[in-house]
Design a protein around this ligand. Structure first.
Ligand SMILES: *[C@@H]1O[C@H](CO)[C@@H](O)[C@H](O)[C@H]1NC(C)=O
Ligand SMILES: *[C@@H]1O[C@H](CO)[C@@H](O)[C@H](O)[C@H]1NC(C)=O
Ligand SMILES: *[C@@H]1O[C@H](CO)[C@@H](O)[C@H](O)[C@H]1NC(C)=O
Ligand SMILES: *[C@@H]1O[C@H](CO)[C@@H](O)[C@H](O)[C@H]1NC(C)=O
Ligand SMILES: *[C@@H]1O[C@H](CO)[C@@H](O)[C@H](O)[C@H]1NC(C)=O
Ligand SMILES: *[C@@H]1O[C@H](CO)[C@@H](O)[C@H](O)[C@H]1NC(C)=O
Length: 475
């Protein structure tokens, strides 16, 4: 009984793995585009590629010829588009055929005391390559890669030597052709393996937590290994915001959600309401969602002042008890503001308490009352021209007296005034901004194309094509 219970316990973390807050998926179209950009990049880099010098010796029967091949540079390359596909449950398969490379360099030989030298051209024809990169994750939530399969082939090589006594040298070429061919072929897969291993050790060192601003950080480790299907790869990230000074988990958890695949677009990102609300909680619990309102913050032109005389129209007893006294308001979120996503609609619920004080001439404060406001706003968002646009409306606002030191009073007129203020002043300002659109955040040399946004139950999904410019990448 006990052993099986222990087995069960060790299995628990998997059974209760946390739901991701953010999901991102790369479609087959995105993978193909990425490999196309990668191949162009590689092609541009070949000019700068350093080929290590080669030294060797050949026994030509009457003695040993020592040779050196130096200053080798790729003079021509025919790099066909690689075929890149997802391999279900494994990773990515890359294969390439008919790669041709021409190399130009210097040769030197030493046979006994005879030294000679010149230039040479080497062509490696019909190089084929097939490799499988496995994708996974480590226990810290980094993406991990491993080269699990690799094979290469070379169709043939051709070498010609110029200068010096190359007319003596040239006839020997066909003798050691196969030796060079094998030497090159033996280096291809280990080269790829080394490259993948280097990438793996870089991924291992990558951060999974990022500072967003002075008050906020976000944790983005993988909560599961990447999910690889033949049509796409999906990564599931923790996606929790934390306060910069207080790493406390929010008192609510992420619910499950499924991306609605947009296979005709390259990239899809799903952002849960949980992730957004974790940011809200971080701000709320750090006490950042509060503001002091004083009379000098109210526009000079406003007839309504922040004093007991002005408040007399709403709370008649106030100016009688405290004539013509300046007031101070402290408004603060009394609960975490919460965003919730519903098909095509985003709602924001805020619960704000406002404490009102009178300011005595000797600068001490007298508490007057506390008002609690419960407001719900709803928004429609969409993306057009790679800008986030939308509109927001006030659904509901109720104002209640939370506490009073000046006796009971009615809140109807105050509530109406507040509703009018929000509807005719605050929302038009916000809606003007939303109508103009907020540009999508850009990443260095990546441009968003055909972006679209869809609000679903519990999460918002953004799907997009991208355009990567190599020109910008170089600068
Ligand atoms: C961070 O918090 C400080 C107060 O501690 C505030 O003044 C500042 O505006 C906040 N910055 C951001 C980016 O939220
Ligand atoms: C961090 O925030 C939590 C939740 O608001 C609070 O209970 C805790 O005392 C805070 N810790 C510190 C060190 O401020
Ligand atoms: C209070 O507001 C009224 C307008 O409602 C203004 O006439 C008066 O000067 C203000 N008093 C103080 C102390 O600011
Ligand atoms: C301010 O005045 C009130 C009486 O009006 C008094 O009770 C209070 O102690 C005074 N505070 C200071 C700091 O002088
Ligand atoms: C705020 O109002 C909504 C309904 O509009 C209600 O569901 C919610 O419980 C209220 N919040 C508080 C703290 O009273
Ligand atoms: C507004 O709040 C009232 C009272 O809480 C509630 O009965 C009503 O359904 C709410 N309306 C909307 C649109 O949420």
């Amino acid at each position: 009984m006990l052993p099986s219970l222990l087995v069960l316990l060790t299995l628990m973390p998997h059974a209760f793995a946390i739901n991701p807050g953010i999901k991102a998926s790369l479609s087959d179209k995105g993978l193909k585009y990425g490999s196309h950009v990668g191949a162009s990049w590689l092609l541009e880099k070949t000019g700068q590629m350093v080929i290590p010098d080669v030294a060797g010796e050949i026994d030509i029967g009457i003695g040993t010829v020592h040779y050196w091949l130096t200053s080798m540079k790729i003079s021509q390359i025919n790099l066909p588009e690689p075929t890149v596909t997802f391999m279900e449950k494994v990773g990515i398969k890359v294969s390439m055929e008919n790669l041709n490379v021409a190399v130009h360099g210097n040769w030197n030989t030493k046979f006994s005391f005879i030294k000679d030298g010149g230039t040479f051209d080497l062509a490696v024809i019909n190089v084929g390559l097939s490799t499988v990169i496995q994708l996974g994750s480590d226990e810290k939530g980094h993406l991990s890669v491993a080269n699990v399969q690799c094979s290469s082939s070379i169709g043939g090589i051709d070498a010609s030597f110029h200068g010096g006594g190359s007319f003596i040298f040239q006839p020997f070429v066909h003798f050691f052709k196969s030796k060079i061919l094998n030497q090159i072929q033996e280096k291809i897969c280990p080269g790829i393996e080394k490259y993948v291993n280097d990438l793996e050790s870089q991924l291992e060192k990558m951060q999974v937590s990022f500072q967003v601003n002075r008050n906020l950080s976000i944790e983005l480790p993988l909560v599961l290994p990447p999910i690889i299907q033949s049509s796409d790869v999906e990564v599931d990230l923790k996606g929790v915001f934390y306060g910069a000074r207080n790493h406390t988990d929010p008192p609510f958890a992420a619910g499950p959600f499924q991306l609605v695949q947009q296979s005709d677009l390259m990239l899809t990102v799903g952002l849960s309401e949980f992730t957004i609300n974790s940011a809200s909680f971080a701000y709320y619990s750090a006490g950042l969602l509060q503001i002091l309102i004083t009379d000098d913050m109210i526009p000079k032109a406003s007839p309504f002042r922040l004093n007991t005389t002005s408040f007399g129209t709403l709370i008649p007893q106030l100016p009688k008890m405290y004539p013509n006294m300046l007031m101070l308001l402290r408004a603060y979120a009394a609960q975490t503001p919460t965003v919730s996503f519903h098909p095509d609609t985003t709602t924001l619920n805020v619960f704000v308490s406002t404490k009102a004080y009178g300011i005595k001439p000797n600068a001490t404060y007298i508490p007057f009352f506390r008002l609690d406001m419960n407001a719900t706003l709803s928004s429609k968002f969409f993306i057009s021209d790679e800008k986030l646009s939308g509109s927001t409306a006030l659904d509901n606002l109720t104002l209640t007296v939370g506490a009073t030191e000046i006796g009971p009073f009615q809140t109807e007129s105050l509530q109406k005034l507040l509703q009018i203020g929000i509807k005719s002043y605050l929302l038009p300002l916000l809606n003007k901004k939303l109508k103009d659109g907020i540009p999508l955040p850009t990443v260095h040399n990546v441009q968003w194309v055909n972006s679209m946004l869809k609000v679903n139950k519990g999460f918002v999904e953004i799907a997009t094509d991208t355009k990567i410019s190599l020109q910008a990448a170089k600068s």
